[in-house]
Design a protein around this ligand. Structure first.
Ligand code: INI
Length: 205
């Protein structure tokens, strides 16, 4: 149904008021893994601090947060995936900062990090949030690490909590925690080990 907006005079579709499944921001009882790149640490440490603070203020316990450091943004996806595959975490948060230089290096890294983190999330079933700044200048990065534009680390922490809760809401009792192959809480078998096992089984046949 459309309705005329009295301020703009434009006909707008009225807001949907039906029931939707959404994740909340209560992180109590949930476990999170943070993977943070050391490259551009001046920025990434500020993102990490704000993300950590966001988790604590949302009810996550310190003991339920694991912090893993990697050399640079390029290494974020593989470490994030390894953490997700342990089955111990409800969501993973990736933190990095890629600054544009004079070469194509920036584009190569940015594309790989975004693709890799997305793929880790989809293939493990564990939500991953993207706290990776991709900026042209250091000033833009500083603005997004606690100055003019807020702090992207905090935003990514809230997204991780929301997605952890959403996953639970969608899967119900079979939450991330109870899904047979992606169980949080139970140890997950890394895909490489599974592949080796099926190859061995094929060879025996
Ligand atoms: N890593 C970053 O996290 N940010 C950058 O801006 C960056 N630049 O510009 O080179 C960067 N490079 C390192 C890269 O992520 C890997 O750690 C390195 O190539 C080793 O694999």
């Amino acid at each position: 149904m459309t309705k005329k907006n009295s301020n703009t005079g434009v006909r707008e579709r009225s807001r949907f008021h039906g029931k939707a499944i959404e994740g909340g921001f209560n992180g109590a009882g949930k476990r999170f893994g943070i993977v943070v790149a050391r490259f551009n640490a001046f920025i990434t440490e500020r993102l990490l601090q704000s993300a950590y603070d966001g988790f604590l203020r949302s009810g996550v316990k310190e003991k339920d947060i694991a912090i893993v450091r990697v050399p640079g943004a390029f290494e974020l996806p593989s470490a994030a995936r390894t953490l997700a595959e342990t089955g111990k975490y409800n969501a993973i948060l990736c933190i990095g900062c890629v600054l544009r230089g004079d070469t194509a290096h920036y584009d190569v890294i940015v594309n790989e990090v975004a693709r890799g983190v997305g793929q880790a999330a989809q293939e493990t079933g564990v939500p991953h949030s993207f706290g990776v700044l991709t900026c042209d200048t250091l000033e833009q990065a500083i603005d997004r690490a606690g100055l003019k534009m807020g702090n992207k680390g905090l935003e990514a922490a809230l997204a991780a909590i929301e997605m952890a809760n959403l996953t639970k809401a969608i899967l119900g009792k079979k939450t991330a925690v109870g899904r047979s192959s992606l169980a949080v809480g139970k140890k997950q078998k890394p895909q490489a080990a599974e592949r080796k096992k099926s190859l061995r089984a094929k060879r025996k046949r």
